[in-house]
Design a protein. Structure first.
Length: 165
């Protein structure tokens, strides 16, 4: 099993889908699983129940994944719970898609579903990403078995990850 971690906009879902196609593995998106189970968007879950409740759902979904032949695209904050870090490290290969705040902000600003992603800090997009990355980057690095530069082409990233298998 491969777990793909990284901040919003790093390409986890895009890379995960393409990698699943290449390997024949099942593709699982933890955010999509949460939305399907809750019957509402992540923004609605956070607005109605709060971030703590969302993080609880995220942990439950992560623990429920049984398939060994899976590519799992995770939410950007899944690494905040030490138990989630351990589950991923113990059950598969953890790949961190690393990028700069400037590139992440550019990608997120261009995404039509950006409104589905609730603000974490209430600041401008670039300020928020820089602040969140400052806090989370050390956790991503300590959780990952491999760090991949997400500023490359999709094909280059897929090739690097495929070479890990």
């Amino acid at each position: 099993m491969f777990y793909i971690i990284g901040p919003r906009g790093s390409g986890k879902t895009t890379i995960g889908k393409r990698l699943a196609e290449k390997t024949g593995y099942q593709f699982i998106d933890t955010d999509k699983c949460i939305v399907e189970q809750a019957g509402m968007s992540i923004a609605e879950i956070v607005e109605l129940q709060g971030w703590d409740y969302f993080r609880h759902l995220e942990s439950d979904v992560l623990k429920s994944i049984q398939s060994q032949d899976a590519i799992v695209s995770t939410g950007g904050g899944i690494i905040l719970a030490p138990e989630n870090q351990q589950v991923m490290r113990d059950n598969g290969v953890v790949i961190y898609l690393h990028s700069t705040p400037e590139i992440l902000a550019k990608r997120l600003a261009a995404e039509p579903q950006a409104e589905q992603r609730p603000s974490l800090t209430g600041k401008s997009l670039l300020e928020e990403i820089a602040e969140v990355m400052e806090q989370r980057d050390p956790i991503y690095l300590s959780t990952a078995h491999h760090v991949i530069d997400a500023n490359q082409s999709i094909d280059a990233i897929i090739s690097q990850i495929a070479n890990l298998t």
